[in-house]
Ligand binder design. Structure first.
Ligand code: P6P
Length: 343
């Protein structure tokens, strides 16, 4: 029926490549797969049962109404706890990290997971794509003890896996375990993900830039100069480039990885560290980006080399086709070096 491998078959076939894994990482990715299908089901019916809107109201079935991002957070947490694989979870929807002591309160589990359960959730009300982003590390604290904040504050280059679910015209799960990036498309009729995008790589040349240009007056000089560069008439250099900005980073990132392009959420005078969160947005997307041959920085420093200090810290984010990121970095280093982020 389908010539493509299923996600389950893929995980089994790649089992030996999962560093030091005794099958736990496979089970962890399988639990994400299940949660993604449940969240996908809730999203696809959002407009029908009025489950969007503010938490606390009662929806048409008389259920306690939850905003979809709160619901997605609970669904992913429940699946992860039930599979008894992680010792801790950090989430955009949780003020602090969540200690998962596991069966018999053993704290024996070796992985921590960080996630943005539903990035871009404000787009749900206007029927625009949204995404889930996840990041996985081995714990650094001793097995058998409760997880600590240090387990979550590791540099992005220590990730053992990272991925996203794109709830778009189709639902895709895209992830890496450090051996390339593979994309799986959900067949909703049978609830199975099929390998539709093996070994995803950025095209050598990219012509798309994804920036919220409404903030132009608040951008640093280097960023302003890069945007002017993108719009100049230079046919020999494929310029002017094409502006595409969905307001949902997973969707912009996914398109740029396939078509070639750069996504930038820079520092502004209003938000000197930008808007995006290092731990559960920038680090996982940067890991995927680099595995697909792209580049990810804060305009100056490689994202995966930044030592986090806080769970919800923000960083400026330049991510996509290597040549486009390097051109943006060139302008930042030439015109905004004095505003380089410090950590
Ligand atoms: P703005 C969604 O809230 C998000 O985190 C990203 O997915 C998206 O690219 C960005 O913020 C949109 O932010 O300021 O342009 O509305």
């Amino acid at each position: 029926m389908y010539k493509h491998m299923t996600l389950g078959e893929f995980i089994i076939s790649k089992q030996k490549e999962f560093k030091y894994s005794s099958g736990e990482l496979s089970r962890l990715i399988n639990s994400i797969r299940l949660a993604a299908k449940v969240v996908n089901h809730e999203i696809r019916k959002a407009g029908l049962v009025d489950i969007t809107g503010d938490a606390g109201k009662v929806n048409v079935q008389g259920e306690n109404q939850q905003k979809l991002d709160v619901l997605a957070n609970e669904l992913f947490k429940k699946n992860l706890v039930n599979r008894d694989i992680v010792c801790g979870i950090a989430s955009e929807e949780e003020d602090d990290f969540v200690i998962i002591s596991g069966k018999e309160n053993s704290n024996k589990n070796r992985y921590v997971l960080l996630m943005d359960p539903l990035d871009g959730s404000s787009n749900i009300d206007v029927n625009v794509s949204v995404g889930t982003i996840f990041s996985i590390y081995h714990r650094v604290s001793p097995v058998g003890t409760p997880v600590t904040k240090e387990d979550f504050l590791q540099k992005g280059r220590e990730q053992v896996a990272a991925g996203y679910v794109a709830y778009g015209t189709s639902t895709m799960l895209v992830f890496t375990t450090g051996n390339g990036v593979n994309g799986f498309t959900l067949n909703p009729a049978i609830g199975t993900f099929y390998l539709s995008h093996p070994n995803m790589k950025y095209p050598e040349i990219g012509r798309v830039y994804s920036v919220s240009e409404g903030y132009f007056t608040h951008f640093q000089e280097g960023m302003k100069r890069f945007l002017v560069y993108c719009k100049e008439l230079a046919p020999e250099d494929n310029r002017p480039y094409t502006a595409r900005y969905i307001g949902s980073m997973v969707a912009d990132f996914h398109r740029n990885m396939i078509k070639g392009g750069v996504y930038i959420y820079p520092a502004t005078a209003i938000d000197p560290n930008g808007k995006l969160r290092l731990l559960y947005e920038c680090n996982p997307m940067a890991f995927i980006c680099e595995q697909a041959g792209g580049k990810a920085s804060d305009g100056f420093t490689r994202i995966l080399d930044i030592k986090p200090s806080e769970l919800h810290q923000r960083v400026p984010f330049y991510c996509g086709s290597k040549l486009l990121v390097e051109k943006a970095e060139e302008f930042m280093q030439k015109y905004s070096e004095e505003e380089k982020p410090t950590y």
